[in-house]
Design a binder for this molecule. Structure first.
Ligand code: HEC
Length: 147
């Protein structure tokens, strides 16, 4: 009997939407999830850059790859109207969408540059590239995220 339960629950899972909410609330959930993962991977690199953790090139490279992989997933989760509810996204995003999108692209670009540098880099060469990535986070947050 028990073996029938698995296919049944899988079938249920696949037929249900991931979240029972509005499309805008769903988008907010998904971008929060992506930002949390980006922040986690960034913080591991940050620990090495600030020399709170020993530099491990393979580990750094893995974290840089994760950020480069996740960064392009953000942009589709900023639909118009998703500045309301449980979000820190400011309405300014949709008033200056071209600038916001440019900041997003610039962030993706820097995430790729950091990943490329991490393949052969030493802590000394990676520090400035990592600093530039954090500048990208900050440039966007200063303008488009509530504190
Ligand atoms: C192009 C703009 C942009 C860039 C680049 C950006 N962020 Fe954000 N970030 C936002 C906005 C807007 C929010 C608010 C999202 C919301 O609450 O819906 C946010 C929210 C967050 C959150 C909070 C997520 C939550 O669960 O509430 C974290 C953590 C975060 N960002 C980390 C980062 C880090 C780390 C970087 C750089 C490595 C970064 N962000 C780059 C715009 C950006």
């Amino acid at each position: 009997m028990k073996r029938h339960l698995l296919p049944l629950s899988l079938g249920l899972l696949l037929s249900l939407p991931a979240f029972a909410a509005t499309p805008e609330e769903d988008a907010i959930e998904r971008r929060h999830a992506a930002f949390e993962l980006i922040a986690f991977n960034t913080s591991v690199m940050g620990g090495m850059v600030r020399e709170k953790a020993p530099f491990d090139q393979a580990e750094f490279k893995k974290r840089a790859l994760n950020v480069a992989f996740l960064a392009p997933m953000l942009e589709e989760h900023f639909p118009a109207g998703s500045d309301k509810g449980g979000t820190d996204a400011l309405p300014a995003i949709w008033e200056n969408k071209a600038d916001f999108d440019a900041k997003m692209k610039s962030f993706q670009n820097q995430a790729n540059l950091l990943y490329r540098a991490s393949k052969t880099g030493t802590l000394d060469t990676l520090k400035p590239e990592f600093g530039k990535l954090i500048d990208e986070c900050k440039a966007c947050h200063d303008k488009y995220k509530a504190d």
